[in-house]
Design a protein around this ligand. Structure first.
Ligand code: ZN
Length: 541
């Protein structure tokens, strides 16, 4: 649903993918486009067809992709100095993308035009005018991204205004004001917006904020309050340096806090899912502290906070988390008492009539594990397994009999400079339903080898194990004074493509700690697979 008050414009596929560490395949980009379409985003900037063949391929495939809500725009610069649109290869690649919209980035700063682009102020204005007119004549919706507008305005206000007025006269549908370097404070940014509203009244404005001063979302919302029509941003705040405005946070604030129905309620309730989905495809670990959608966004630890939300959830939550598809969580720790544990059990959906004595035993078990270096706050999957193992009738899917790790250096140098790679081989003895499995595998390190050997033994019994991927592996030394004799805690984050879960292992031996976390990760994946199969078999449950 689009309101006529504000428009959401996503640039994850172009600006967001410029983030360090992100590389999206054409297929990833198509899948993200569909997801953003489902979320109800109005415009999606698909990429820069002139910059690489991958983006050009994306636009070719997009022609056969049906979208329900969103329209896609192709991004590129104004024509190069001293040429024509017809002769400019980048401009022609945007034409070839055959999208309903084009987003033209042009310098809106005299300093940038003369010093960085090395052209004259007049030529830059001609480039803006001709390129906008060129695409309007082709019937496109034209977004003019006024690059460096705010910095330009505070340098040479008149020139920056001329750039905008030129684009408006040439027929641009939206003038997107860019805080390209992300350094604007809110008051200065609003001053620039007010000046534009005076100089080019009646033209729709957009805002494009980077987060270098930590203000991208706040500035975007302030711009909307000041009358700006279009907000640009990226899922999970991805983007170069400190990222772009997080479009999910912006969306949630517009919808929940400012009462602007930018998307339907049902679409808003997918926000958390969209955040995780895009992290998965971008191969980025989700940020637990992300507003609204992070795993910790509604997590409660301190005993009196928990006591408070037991009386009323609003006590320590700014919204009902289900509005954005998230949920409250109670963190289990030695600080927390029986009440936390009870809430936690309810939250995990463990439907078992615990007696007071059983609860006390369970709590002592948690405390005992914590004294051994375990911590369940970041590892709820291990916590759930700890509880389920105490329930009558629970049988673990496998047992480890023994493992041996052999590490050696490869015989040939790996890098041609005489540095030989380390290789590890793991031999694993596992028991599944009483039958002993003996497997071996080689890996680039002991944990990798152990993981591969264990999977080899398990996949023939549990094919779902093949879908599990380790996303993150963290080691913490718990008693740094004891140096190499210290207790080590290993946290492993895994995914099966649908859910993420974290498991923990602790030992004085790093390999054993890793194995414990790994075994929990695999056991939990099977629990999830069983649960999902159960849901399918009995949709009424
Ligand atoms: Zn940008």
């Amino acid at each position: 649903m689009a309101t006529d008050r504000v428009q959401l414009y996503d640039t994850t596929l172009r600006d967001g993918s410029q983030m360090e560490g992100i590389s999206l395949s054409v297929e990833d980009k198509i899948r993200i486009t569909r997801k953003l379409d489902e979320l109800g985003i109005e415009w999606i900037e698909g990429g820069f067809p002139g910059s690489n063949p991958k983006d050009a391929e994306y636009f070719r495939r997009l022609k056969n992709t049906e979208l329900r809500n969103a329209k896609v725009s192709a991004f590129g610069g104004t024509r190069k100095p001293g040429t024509t649109c017809e002769a400019d290869a980048n401009i022609q690649s945007i034409v070839a993308a055959e999208t309903p919209g084009v987003t033209l980035v042009g310098k809106a700063s005299l300093f940038q035009a003369t010093k960085i682009l090395e052209t004259s102020g007049e030529e830059n204005l001609a480039m803006i005018a001709e390129t906008v007119k060129y695409f309007k004549a082709l019937g496109k919706t034209v977004f003019f991204d006024a690059e460096h507008f705010f910095d330009g305005y505070f340098g040479d206000a008149d020139y920056s205004m001329q750039c905008l007025a030129t684009a408006a006269r040439a027929g641009a549908d939206v003038l997107a004001l860019c805080d390209t370097n992300g350094g604007m404070t809110t008051r200065r940014m609003l001053e620039g917006i007010a000046a534009v509203q005076q100089r080019v009244p009646g033209v729709r404005l957009g805002i494009h904020c980077h987060n270098d001063a930590g203000l991208a979302v706040a500035n975007s919302l302030a711009a909307v309050e000041a009358g700006v029509w279009q907000v640009q941003g990226c899922v999970n705040g991805y983007g170069e340096r400190c990222g772009n405005a997080d479009i999910l946070t912006v969306l949630a604030n517009l919808k929940v806090k400012m009462g602007l129905d930018v998307v339907e309620d049902e679409q808003a309730s997918r926000l958390t899912e969209v955040a995780n989905y895009v992290s998965e495809l971008a191969n980025m670990v989700p940020n637990p502290q992300a507003p609204y959608v992070g795993a910790s966004a509604f997590a409660h630890k301190a005993g009196y906070h928990v006591a408070g939300i037991l009386k009323d959830e609003r006590a320590y939550q700014h919204i009902n988390p289900t509005i954005v598809g998230n949920q409250s969580r109670v963190l289990v720790s030695e600080l927390a008492g029986q009440r936390n544990l009870l809430m936690k059990l309810e939250e995990l959906g463990i439907d078992y009539p615990f007696t007071q004595a059983e609860i006390r035993t369970l709590l002592n078990a948690v405390k005992h594990k914590e004294s051994q270096g375990y911590q369940y706050e970041g590892a709820e999957a291990s916590f759930e397994l700890l509880v389920r193992r105490t329930l009558p009738g629970y049988r673990g899917p496998f047992e480890l009999d023994d493992f041996v790790i052999v590490e050696r250096r490869a015989s040939a140098p790996a890098d041609g400079e005489g540095r030989r790679e380390m290789l590890a081989e793991a031999m694993v003895k596992l028991r599944v339903d009483g039958s002993l499995q003996h497997t071996a595998a080689e890996g680039n390190g002991p944990v990798n080898a152990l993981d591969l050997a264990a999977r080899k033994a398990l996949t023939q019994f549990y094919p779902d194990v093949a879908n599990v991927k380790l996303v993150d592996y963290k080691v913490r030394i718990l008693d740094s004074k004891a140096a190499t004799g210290a207790q080590v805690r290993v946290l492993i984050e895994s995914t099966d493509g649908n859910s993420y879960w974290t498991t923990v292992g602790s030992s004085t031996d790093i390999i054993e700690a890793s194995w414990l976390a790994l075994a929990d990760a695999l056991e939990y994946s099977l629990l999830l697979a069983r649960r999902r199969a159960g849901d399918r078999a009995d949709p009424g449950a």
